[in-house]
Write a protein that binds this ligand. Structure first.
Ligand SMILES: NC(=O)c1ccc[n+]([C@@H]2O[C@H](COP(=O)([O-])OP(=O)(O)OC[C@H]3O[C@@H](n4cnc5c(N)ncnc54)[C@H](O)[C@@H]3O)[C@@H](O)[C@H]2O)c1
Length: 293
């Protein structure tokens, strides 16, 4: 039977193919301003490159300091590399030092971003940290650092930026959770619980902010080869590449397709931040080569 499409006319013309709602599909974020936390290296640096490539101006935020008992964070030199990468894409970037655990600093950063670029359209709550430790080994310090960075930090940035998005009645918030919040893993329960909290906060904010046409979604990456993996391997005295291979063994895909790259996560972020995802909200996109399926 031939489906009846008569009530859904295809209005595509040669000129409109490849475009949606007047946006060129190659530059989906033209003129937008994107604030990215944890942007000096790893996934955050890659998101900055991808969003700039799509036309966004970037506010890159990172702690740029180490935290006691945790593997090393990004450095000022890492941030300089992010700046150069964004500029090489033809993008504009405002690099700012800031700890997502510090709510006053996050408010200052939102003010500085608005002063420089006029608004904030996109937020990538990407900063995060982890420690491998049993529940009865956690100290007040390590528990606070993980929960305050991975969960409270997402609240701090979001509550600072939402008034700006409400005023313009538009915005897209993309939070970074983890596949480890979908399938449980042992020895980082603070991290799993914090990331699980990010997924529920994402859904809750999607309900709360739809009235202002603000989209709120999350990505949940599987194991990606970044400073997080090399840092953990360093603490455990393991070879980082061997550790990454071991992490990736449980993925459904094998070989090259079974090893996640920062680009895999950035493509998901760019999609969720764009108008291509205009009707998607409250969702968590799991990008994990099938690990948690
Ligand atoms: N790498 C993985 O396997 C993996 C898997 C799932 C989820 N994630 C999540 O992805 C996100 C990005 O991590 P990554 O893999 O790029 O690791 P990464 O360690 O390379 O990057 C994290 C960035 O966050 C910054 N940062 C840490 N604490 C901060 C703070 N308090 N305030 C501001 N910036 C801070 C670091 O300096 C660093 O630049 C994190 O939220 C992480 O939890 C990572």
């Amino acid at each position: 039977m031939t489906p009846n499409h008569s009530c859904r006319p295809n209005l595509a013309t040669p000129d409109s193919v490849g475009e949606s709602k007047g946006h060129n599909s190659m530059m989906r974020l033209d003129g937008k301003v994107a604030l990215i936390t944890g942007a000096a290296r790893g996934q955050g640096a890659s998101h900055a490159k991808y969003l700039a490539r799509e036309g966004a101006r970037i506010v890159a935020v990172d702690i740029l300091a180490d935290v006691e008992e945790f593997y090393p964070n990004a450095t000022a030199a890492d941030m300089e590399t992010t700046v150069e990468t964004v500029r090489a894409e033809g993008g504009d970037i405002l690099p700012l030092q800031g700890d997502v655990r510090d709510s006053n600093r996050m408010r200052e950063i939102v003010d500085q971003s608005v002063e420089r670029f006029g608004t904030i359209d996109i937020v990538c709550n990407n900063a995060g940290t982890i420690r491998i430790e049993a529940i009865d080994e956690m100290t007040d310090h390590t528990l606070d650092v993980v929960v305050d960075t991975c969960l409270k930090g997402v609240f701090n940035v979001t509550r600072a930026v939402v008034p700006v998005m409400k005023r313009q009645r538009a915005g897209s918030i993309v939070n970074t959770a983890s596949a480890g919040a979908i399938k449980a893993v042992a020895y980082s329960s603070h991290y799993a619980a914090a990331k699980g909290g990010v997924i529920l906060a994402t859904r809750s904010w999607a309900r709360e902010l739809a009235e202002w046409d603000i989209n709120v979604n999350a990505v949940a990456p599987g194991s990606v080869y970044t400073g997080m993996i090399t840092g953990l391997a360093g603490q455990a005295g393991e070879d980082p590449l061997e550790a990454f291979a071991r992490h990736s063994e449980a993925n459904l895909f094998t070989g090259e397709k079974g090893r996640l790259d920062v680009d895999d996560i950035s493509r998901a972020i760019a999609f969720l931040a764009s108008d291509d995802a205009r009707t998607i909200t409250g969702q968590t996109l799991v990008v994990d080569a099938g690990w948690a399926a």
